[in-house]
Design a binder for this molecule. Structure first.
Ligand code: CP
Length: 309
């Protein structure tokens, strides 16, 4: 297969195993490119991309911008906090005004689940979902799987546990779709109050005991508790959450094998993961960030190839 089955990357739910394989093969090439002394290729000289961020971001925003610049695309950046959204402009008016400046692709982070799907029905440009509320974060899941493949050789057959605030996590949902498509075994672990009711219908098992989950897995993907998406308390206190669901060095050393630790960031050090774990050789957190640029270059390059046809 030499092209993606989709015009937009709105979620892992909408793509195939073959799409993931093509993205990874292309990302392998771009990873080699970004480790050269000259890190830039002229592939997208005639493409203009708008990065629209209606919600805060550090990693995703910078990673997309760098990926686009490494591909020689023209890039414009929009941040809702400093825009006319504050004066009441709608999403479609905002995007149509930006598109009238001859933009080919939109990378969008938005607090509302489904914002990218909604936009795709109203505009012609290609859309990449950079995180929509608690729905999906497809590029994060792809860079996560790419990093597992890099560290362990393959994703198929690996045992992966996603730990923490599953209920509010777009990273969890996209990772579940991506890992299952590639043939990994997936469990989720966290307080019962932070488990969506539909979770088992996605083909994952719930394990409430962190020690058992870690003993089972090859990879633990530790999630942040998303206090900003909570209007009520889902557990008695942060201290109790950490006692039950935080990973520290002593816990990892008590297992009879060495597991890989992942985290999408931003980390709450000392809450879901201690510094001696986050900064250890078992953690591939900064590899995930590095791989994010190559994976996003691959996605943008492959989507742009469809625009050029
Ligand atoms: N992992 C992630 O999406 O981080 P940011 O919110 O900083 O983009």
């Amino acid at each position: 297969m030499s092209e993606l089955s989709v015009k937009h990357l709105l979620g892992i739910k909408y793509i195939t195993k073959e799409d993931i394989e093509l993205i990874f093969k292309t990302a392998d090439h771009f990873k080699e490119v970004i480790n050269r002394p000259i890190k830039k290729v002229p592939s997208l000289r005639d493409i203009t991309i708008a990065n629209l961020f209606f919600e805060n971001s550090t990693r995703t925003k910078l990673s997309f911008e760098l990926a686009e610049k490494r591909l020689s695309a023209d890039v414009i950046n929009f941040s809702a906090a400093a825009s006319s959204v504050k004066k009441g402009e709608t999403l479609i008016d905002t995007v149509n005004n930006i598109l009238s400046m001859k933009v080919d692709m939109v990378v969008m982070r938005h607090p509302n689940p489904g914002a990218g799907v909604f936009l795709s029905k109203h505009i012609n440009a290609s859309i990449v979902n950079a995180g929509d509320g608690a729905h999906e974060h497809p590029t994060q899941a792809l860079l996560d799987s790419f990093s597992i493949r890099e560290r362990l050789g393959e994703v198929a057959g690996k045992n992966v546990v996603i730990v923490g605030d599953i209920l509010h996590s777009r990273v969890a949902l996209s990772n579940i779709y991506a890992l299952k498509l590639q043939g990994a075994n997936v469990k989720v672990c966290g307080p019962k109050t932070l488990m969506p009711k539909y979770i088992e219908s996605l083909g994952v098992e719930v394990e409430l005991d962190l020690r058992k989950a870690l003993q089972w897995c090859d990879v633990a993907n530790m999630l942040r508790v998303q206090n900003e998406r909570m209007d009520i308390s889902y557990f008695p206190s942060t201290r109790e959450y950490t006692q039950q669901y935080g990973v520290n060095k002593a816990l990892l050393e008590s297992l009879d094998k060495e597991i890989v630790i992942m985290h999408p960031g931003p980390i709450n050090r000392g809450v879901e993961i201690t510094s001696d774990v986050a900064d250890s050789g078992q953690a591939i957190i900064l590899d995930q960030v590095e791989n994010g640029v190559a994976v996003r270059m691959a996605i943008i390059y492959l989507l742009a190839s469809k625009i050029k046809q």
